[in-house]
Design a protein around this ligand. Structure first.
Ligand code: OGA
Ligand code: FE
Length: 277
């Protein structure tokens, strides 16, 4: 299977010239007259490095990314009950081992496969071809308040915590539409644009990412089912550690035209560190 030191591919960014008011994306049909998205995207061709060649210099603290071998006993990732019963505890153990966290809470997952999504198969979504980060300075702590009992949430929020996504293929090797991640060390806070994410019952906040020529994109070509990527989407630390990163699916020019559609699962975790960390 072919892979190169880097590929050049178009990346969809938020077009900052199109911002009139706070960016907002609707995940359902918006009220009459309200657009699904009130901003435009802009394509920039970027170099995406083969992260397998940089594995020793990539860390959660600096780049906001890490990569690991990870066996799973899950048979069917499309079975949400099996994922919750079998995969969530595996993810808790993995994230705890990698981060040294005191407590890890898995709170959500998504399965993605474009043709299954198109056929309307239960809960399956398509890859996201847009540079974004799942949480913001505001919505990171908000998730903790939403998900934990009030007293515990306030106690936990006094200490360092993070939101980490665990991303893996359901079927390997991933050749079609892999996920690229931007090295947090190559980004500035100005690249992150607060964006409302409108669900029918609540509004979340994510970052839409705008272009900056310094961005260093990375991906792991041909990811296998026994390989997982950890992406830091929030860190409360303000000591120079990576707090956010960005990610996006992209069309890999190395992907053979007959490559099977990408199938992946991402699990979202709240990661609570011991008081001194
Ligand atoms: C994520 C994400 C998109 C994709 O894992 O948070 O945005 O295409 N994934 O896998
Ligand atoms: Fe995401």
């Amino acid at each position: 299977m072919k892979s190169a030191s880097h590929v050049d591919a178009p990346m969809n960014y938020l077009d900052i010239d199109s911002i009139q008011e706070k960016p907002a994306y609707y995940l359902y049909t918006p009220p009459t007259g309200v657009p699904q998205r009130n901003t435009k995207q802009i394509k920039h061709t970027v170099a995406i490095q083969n992260a397998r060649e940089h594995i020793d210099e990539i860390s959660l603290d600096k780049q906001g990314i890490t990569f690991t071998q990870h066996e799973t006993a899950v048979k069917n990732f499309y079975d949400a009950e099996e994922v919750k019963a079998v995969y969530y505890p595996e993810v808790v153990e993995l994230v705890q081992k990698i981060t040294g966290a005191e407590k890890v809470h898995v709170f959500d997952h998504n399965v993605r496969c474009a043709p299954m999504c198109e056929r309307g198969e239960n809960g399956v979504r398509e890859p996201v071809k847009f540079a974004h980060n799942d949480y913001t300075i505001k919505s990171g702590p908000q998730r903790v308040r939403d998900l934990l009992p009030e007293e515990e949430a306030e106690e936990r929020l006094k200490h360092r915590f993070a939101v980490i996504n665990v991303w893996r293929p359901i079927q390997g090797p991933v050749q079609d539409t892999p996920l690229a991640v931007c090295d947090a060390d190559s980004m500035t806070q100005d690249d992150f644009n607060e964006t409302d994410l409108k669900y029918e019952d609540r509004t979340g906040e994510v970052y839409s990412v705008s272009h900056n020529p310094n961005h260093r994109w990375l991906y792991f070509p041909n990811m296998e089912r026994e390989e997982a990527m950890l992406l830091k989407c929030y860190d409360s630390a303000t000591d120079g550690r990576a707090r956010f990163t960005a990610h996006s699916a992209f069309a890999d020019p190395m992907s053979p035209p007959d490559a099977p559609a990408r199938e992946s699962i991402e699990t979202r975790t709240l990661v609570f560190f011991p008081p001194e960390a």
